[in-house]
Design a protein around this ligand. Sequence first.
Ligand SMILES: CC(C)(COP(=O)(O)OP(=O)(O)OC[C@H]1O[C@@H](n2cnc3c(N)ncnc32)[C@H](O)[C@@H]1OP(=O)(O)O)[C@@H](O)C(=O)NCCC(=O)NCCS
Length: 151
Amino acid sequence: MSTEPTIEIREMCLEDVQQVISIEREIFLFPWSPGNFSDSIRSGYVCRTIAEESTILGYGITMMSLEEAHILTLGVSANWQKQGLGRMLIEYFANYARIEGAKSIWLDVRESNQGAISLYKKMGFIHVAIRKGYYPAMWGREDALVMKLEL
Ligand SMILES: CC(C)(COP(=O)(O)OP(=O)(O)OC[C@H]1O[C@@H](n2cnc3c(N)ncnc32)[C@H](O)[C@@H]1OP(=O)(O)O)[C@@H](O)C(=O)NCCC(=O)NCCS
């Protein structure tokens, strides 16, 4: 019998918010608040963690509408980045959305976030629009790239 710890994707619950928020603050310059996460859980958004036993390594939140799904946030703890977890979360959300009948999955990303953009492109997302000045930035505002994956 294998005793290797397994990494799995689970539903995010309110008790997870503390761990999620500490990753959020580590990896984002403009982090979501704990209330943003708990409201997302209470609103019935698809809130998931990726975890090894009781340790949360990453998370993502997706909002479903009739024909489209929107990834609202996605993050992997700094020590665990570039090990395939971000890809696992996106594949999970894409499959979930497909099963629910969505035709496409969308996300916004800062134009300076070349790491995330290259991951999304590798996964088949295409850049479809720009939202001018969508994000706060250290000096002024920053544009968002709107990206879409056909399911
Ligand atoms: C973006 C993020 C979620 C990606 O998660 P991750 O677990 O590091 O990504 P993965 O290991 O699954 O990478 C998947 C692919 O994308 C590529 N990739 C990931 N990060 C990259 C980077 N910084 N630069 C270049 N390529 C990158 C990987 O090389 C990999 O390609 P491969 O499968 O062909 O080897 C994670 O880096 C993160 O949390 N960043 C900070 C927060 C953030 O920017 N979130 C996204 C907001 S839109």
